[in-house]
Design a protein around this ligand. Structure first.
Ligand code: BJ8
Length: 435
């Protein structure tokens, strides 16, 4: 193994061998991750002490958590890889399963994917697919199956090819929210339950489902609590650290994760009392809205915060869209619990739906709640639905007098300079309004 940076993402060559990983390549990737992490995260001043746990998760990302997952598999638990927050985690947990987010946020595996997939599709899809075919993701190598969905064309057609590498189940997500779309989604949820029941050899009961609901509600409440604390000025925690936590939410054990997020929130509440923060009270407060940023995509946050701003909210699936809605916890029968679950998931305002007007309202609400001073709309290249929906969000922002900047980008570092220049000009506009 090569010498590592002083922040070490630990190597697990023996474990990687068992998982049929390209060891040499993953070893190089973990070195790069360690260096980038040290540079962008550990260099921040006055970070809350509670971030030490999340640093530890990153240091163990290629092994520690994998060991836990493999141990759980030995106990008969089913491990499911997902790419979308529409996949009902409550059901996976209710049947004792483990849910792992596999969206790709690294440019490193895109050339692998482009040997098979077209170049002009979403980088998130290419990155994830590349991780599988290059055998450099211990999570992809550990899951029992992956559950894809039909949210966008890039994903939907990629699943057909991904199935050649790993068992790929697909849930059909309706693209409208009429009553018969909800019925279709309920049927899809029931088919998914059958799939999980046959693999786990367990039967879904109301009691089990309530357990899953309670775990997810607690996790989502902790993330809501953290997000609410971002409305204070001076900022108690950087946007980068919050994004990192939102990304880790898709890998970590949910009960431990919830406990650690709540401990961090306790610490941040103490900071409120002391009036202590991590940024200058004059730092420009920016809300990000749009496509999800999967680990280790920290590009936009790095730029915003290196220019003296602070990101105070992510209206995104790796962000508020994941945790804004909870489930009721009182049901008398399984069928009504499943109907409520369908209603809860149908509130997710992904741009793959038409119409999707509730997202406009949600963006404005989050802007007000986070006390942001401007919105950066972030769209991954070739994500047509988010890209097109920017028009409506921009129009609503103009009507409300909210400074708005649209950025379409991918994972390559090539446009960083150009994005920096545009954000600097955007900051100037916001400063003008302050004067
Ligand atoms: S509920 S946002 S997680 S689909 S992969 S749609 S970025 S082109 S991720 Fe998503 Fe579910 Fe919707 Fe959320 Fe666009 Fe890329 Fe498609 Fe994407």
């Amino acid at each position: 193994m090569q010498r590592s940076a002083s922040f070490e993402v630990k190597a697990y060559p023996e474990l990687w061998k068992v998982l049929d990983i390209d060891i040499e390549r993953l070893d190089k990737m973990r070195m790069v991750l360690g260096e980038v992490y040290e540079k962008h995260f550990l260099s921040q001043e006055n970070r809350p002490k509670g971030m030490a746990y999340f640093d530890w998760v990153i240091s163990e990302i290629h092994g520690g958590r994998i060991k836990e997952i493999l141990e759980a598999k030995r106990e008969g638990r089913v491990v499911v890889g997902i790419f979308c927050i529409y996949i009902p985690e409550e059901i996976i947990l209710a049947l004792d399963g483990i849910c792992i987010g596999l969206c790709g946020g690294s440019p490193g595996t895109i050339p692998d994917a482009e040997k098979i997939l077209p170049r002009n599709i979403c980088p998130m899809v290419k990155s994830a697919f590349g991780f599988k075919i290059a055998k450099v993701c211990p999570y992809f190598q550990s899951v029992d199956f992956v559950c894809g969905e039909t949210t966008c064309d890039a994903k939907k057609k990629t699943w057909e090819i991904l199935n050649e590498y790993i068992s790929t189940y697909v849930m059909e997500i309706p693209q409208m929210k009429r009553e018969h779309d909800k019925r279709l989604w309920l049927e899809e949820v029931k088919l998914f339950i059958e799939k999980m029941e046959s693999l786990s050899k367990k039967k879904l009961t109301l009691e089990r489902l309530l357990e899953g609901i309670k775990i997810m509600n607690a996790k989502r409440k902790a993330l809501q609590r953290l997000n609410n604390l971002r409305s204070f000025n001076p900022a108690l925690i950087s946007g980068k650290d919050c994004l990192l936590i939102e990304q880790i939410a898709f890998y970590d054990d949910p009960i431990r994760f919830t406990k650690k997020v709540n401990e961090l929130c306790d610490e941040l509440e103490e900071r409120v009392k002391r009036g202590e923060g991590v940024k200058d009270p004059q730092a420009l407060r920016i809300m990000v809205s749009g496509t999800p940023m999967a680990l280790p995509n920290w590009k936009l946050h790095n730029i915003v915060e290196s220019l003296g701003g602070v990101v105070v909210n992510e209206e995104s699936c790796i962000g508020t869209r994941y945790f804004k809605d909870l489930m009721p916890e009182d049901f008398s029968d399984l069928e009504s619990a499943l109907k409520a679950l369908v209603d809860r998931y149908m509130k997710i305002d992904c741009s793959c739906f038409t119409p999707n007007d509730e997202r406009v309202e949600q963006v404005l609400k989050e802007y007000r709640d986070s006390k942001a001073e401007g919105i950066i709309y972030y769209s991954l290249a070739f994500c047509h639905t988010y890209n097109i929906e920017a028009y409506k969000i921009q129009k609503a922002c103009e009507k409300e007098g909210i400074p708005f900047l649209f950025i379409e980008t991918d994972y390559s570092p090539e446009d960083i300079g150009q994005i920096q220049t545009r954000i600097e000009a955007f900051f100037e506009t916001i400063r003008e309004r302050r004067r």
